[in-house]
Every structure is written in C-alpha cells, then in structure tokens.
Design a protein. Structure first.
Length: 379
C-alpha cells in the first residue's frame, strides 16, 4: 500500500482539542487555543522583585522542570526585552516545545515600571497550550507559585496581565481548502502558499492586523509518539494512520489592556467574521472573468479582489470598470452563494471548553490564595 508523505509541520493530533460540534455538512469540528501571549506590570518595586525571582529560579536534576536562561535574541523579542527564561518539562523529548517562555527586563531606557510609560509590560509570557494537558499546565503554575520561586508575584502578575495575542484553532475534519471560497470580514489582503506534499495553505489578512486567519490542510495522527512526531522532518504514513482536516487558525492581537487575561473567556466571537461561499459561484456567468481566473489559482476572495482589474465586459455586456461598481456587482453574487458552514454563536458558546484546556491559567478564581488553598485541599 502506498504511503502519504507529510512534513512534520503538517502533522498534528487533536487530543488536546475540544469537540465543538459539526458543520452543516456533518464534518466534525474541534477547537483549542494554540498560542497565548500576555504581558504584565507590577509597578517599579513589584517588577524588580519579580525580576530577581526569575533570575533566582534553579534547574536541578531532581526537579520535574528544566529552567534555561539566555539573553533575548532579536528574533525572540530581543529588541523589547533583555532576558528570557525558558521552562521545559524534564521528561519531554528535547525537541518538544517549551512549556513557558518568560521575557523580562524591558530594553527601553525610558522604562519606569508604569503602564503609562510602556506598552509592552515588564514581562511577556508565551505558551503553546496545544502541546500540554490542562493538568501539566496547572502543575507548572503551582510549581512556579511556590514561596521559594515566584511566589505571590506570579499570581499578582496573572491578575494584572493583558493578552497581546491568542491563536484560536478551528479544525474541520475531512474538509479541504478547495471545498469553498473563504473570506474574512474587513480583510483586504492574503496569499496562497506553495503546496506541501499535496497539502494546501493560505493566509487572509495581515499578521499585523487585529485579526487574521491562516488556513492549512493537516493530518491528525494520534498514535505517533512525541519522539516520532518532533524528530522527523518528513513522515511516511499509512492511510489507516491518519485523517485529514483543515485548520483555520484565527489570530487575535488585542490592543493594550483591551483583553485582560482574567477575562479571556470574554473574547470577541472572531469565527463569526469568517465567510464561506459555494464553488458554484465560479460557474455564474455574472462573475467578472478576471476575478474568475484569479479564483481558479486558489486565491481567497480578499486576495483575488485585491489583485484583479475589473473587466469591461461581463456576460457579454459592457459594464463599468470602476472599482466601486465592480464591488457592488461582486457583493450581489456573494450574497447568493454564501454558505452557513457553522452556527458561529453556537460555536462560540463552547469557548469555555477550549479555555478549560488551559488548566489553572484559565481559572482566575484560583489565582486568589484563599480559594486556591481550599481547592488544593480538596484535590
């Protein structure tokens, strides 16, 4: 039997994802928070105390965590922070992503420890929750929050933190990018990536905007060990080993203070800004032929619209080439062919199930000492 070759970037598993229903066509859907970045401030005195405790963290062989320090490089926020501490779970393979990255000591000479002076926060914390269970993340926080480590400063930092990036991954099993034309409200740019062993990818919007989406065709392989998954650059899989799915990764980058970490469950419903259109749109004679040729190249609707020059003849009739008029004609067609792939409100009602995968990080009540002690006594 022939095998499917897949780069490790396209291999994933949905074990850490929450089942969030099915599309209107019956495709199972899963969701999770793939990446979470937040920053925090404790005022001048609190920041200095927190820095000192970060520097004092130890990495001993008998501990369940490995702590690594280095000077922050330019490619990893080195232009914003001086130092970074990387925390790994010791029994994970060395190729496994770090559990936490904590950047601290801002580089700006103007930095004075108050929010009015800096937009970035005294510390920046990055984690990729999809690589860890809720319990692993909880145990790591409890370990960091011990008196001899970060102690009360950890929980103060969490209470004061605001989110600067969150990646929400919506995975749709047995769906491919070419099944629909995809758009994102208010997005005007995009690009198509070169095929990766027959698997497609695209981006809609700009990574610098508040919200953008990246779509990737991937495979769900749940029976691979971490060593197999992270060490190989190219995997050969038997057909019974995987199932294909489409990942729609929506990245939200809130403005400073717009989304406090303790209110992450109140995020705006950004999947509601996705739109899907039937491929029958392509056969409609009222579609501008210049747009049709760009859509044939696999472009998203925003990219195709941005790159096309309106035709002067559509369906054998002369039409205005003014962008405004062409846009009106195109929008009328889009309304006709829009497909409600899923109920965005119902999907977002299941956000707590994705946040549950953050463990204690997604339960702000447990950051309070009295509630945490009571909770631990019952655990």
């Amino acid at each position: 039997m022939s095998k499917k070759k897949v780069s490790k970037e396209r291999v994933d598993d949905l074990r850490q994802s929450a089942h969030v229903g099915a599309t209107s066509f019956g495709h199972p859907m899963y969701a999770r928070l793939d990446k979470l970045v937040f920053v925090s401030e404790l005022g001048a005195d609190g920041n200095e105390a927190l820095f000192a405790r970060l520097f004092a963290l130890k990495s001993r062989s008998r501990l369940p965590y490995r702590v690594e320090y280095h000077k922050a490089a330019k490619g990893e926020c080195g232009d914003l922070y001086q130092s970074v501490v990387k925390i790994r779970i010791r029994d994970k393979p060395k190729e496994h992503p770090a559990a936490l990255m904590i950047y601290f000591k801002p580089t700006s000479k103007q930095y004075g420890g108050t929010r009015s002076i800096t937009q970035r926060g005294a510390i920046r914390v990055e984690l990729s929750p999809q690589h860890y269970t809720a319990d692993e993340l909880t145990q790591l926080l409890l370990w960091l929050g011990k008196k001899g480590r970060l102690g009360k400063y950890l929980y103060r930092a969490l209470n004061e933190a605001w989110v600067t990036r969150v990646d929400y991954a919506l995975d749709i099993v047995d769906m491919r990018l070419r099944d629909f034309y995809i758009s994102l409200a208010r997005a005007s740019t995009g690009e198509v990536y070169d095929s990766d062993n027959g698997m497609e990818g695209m981006r809609i919007g700009s990574p610098k905007s508040t919200l953008y989406v990246a779509g990737y065709e991937k495979v769900d392989v749940s029976d691979l060990s971490d060593e197999e998954r992270y060490q190989a650059t190219l995997l050969e899989l038997d057909f019974e080993q995987y199932r294909e799915f489409l990942r729609l990764e929506l990245r939200l980058s809130p403005e400073k203070g717009e989304l406090p970490l303790k209110r992450v469950n109140e995020m705006m419903n950004f999947p509601s800004r996705l739109a899907f259109y039937s491929k029958q749109l392509r056969e409609d004679k009222r579609l501008d032929p210049a747009l049709a040729s760009l859509l044939d190249k696999g472009m998203s609707i925003p990219q195709a619209w941005q790159e096309h020059t309106p035709s002067s003849v559509v369906k054998g009739k002369s039409v205005s080439t003014a962008k405004k008029q062409a846009k009106k004609r195109f929008n009328r067609l889009l309304v006709k062919y829009e497909v409600e792939l899923f109920d965005a409100a119902a999907l977002w009602n299941k956000l707590p199930e994705a946040i549950e995968r953050l463990g204690m990080l997604g339960k702000s009540a447990l950051w309070q000492l009295d509630i945490r002690k009571k909770w631990l006594s019952k655990s």
